[in-house]
Design a protein around this ligand. Sequence first.
Ligand code: 0O2
Length: 211
Amino acid sequence: MTQNWDDFLIPYEQAVSELKIKLKGIRKQFRDQGEASPIEFVTGRVKPKQSIITKSKIRGITQENIEREMQDIAGLRIMCQFVDDIYTVVKLINQRNDMRVIQERDYIANKKESGYRSYHLIIEYPVQSVSGEKKILAEIQIRTLAMNFWATIEHSLNYKYQGDFPDEIKQRLKNASEAAHSLDEEMSQIREEIQEAQHLFSHGKGQAIDE
Ligand code: 0O2
């Protein structure tokens, strides 16, 4: 790498900060209009230097190709209450002029072998700096709260077992993934009831200041 890691990661940090604000802005706009937001909450992170190095070694990505081939150095995660909200968010992002979707992967229609479900977008995002514009890639993972619960638990277990799960754990994770999926389906069935209750609740209590 010709530049040092801190310099290399600066545009990614800027992109994650800006994208977090923009995606949280969608949520605020819906709420300000008194409508249910398809976005429940948003998180973001820049992949730590050591994880970039480890992943690039595993994937055989050379340093010159990291920018192009490692698409999740800047990572955003959008959590939704309902599965339909995920597709609403995908549409909203596709309509925007400040980012360009270059790849979509629907791991909800096509869940992974592990049981993982989420919708992934790779976007190209222009970062403005004093030395000009730099287009970087970012990954946006969109999932329900139930999908996020499962993925978070599986991710920490993966860390412990390095992907080599004992058969029993692997099976239990698959069962848990199906349970999370059933939960999403049940909640979708009573979506209108839930949203009406949430509307009444937020109007009675005043909205939480958590943007
Ligand atoms: P981290 O620590 O979250 O950053 P490929 O598998 O090669 O087709 P690729 O490039 O790995 O595709 O991208 P993919 O699978 O679309 O998305 C990778 C990211 O999705 C992962 O990043 C995870 O965040 C998440 N992910 C994918 N599969 C699983 C899974 O089975 N369980 C969990 N918990 N997360 C998953 P990293 O860099 O692997 O990890």
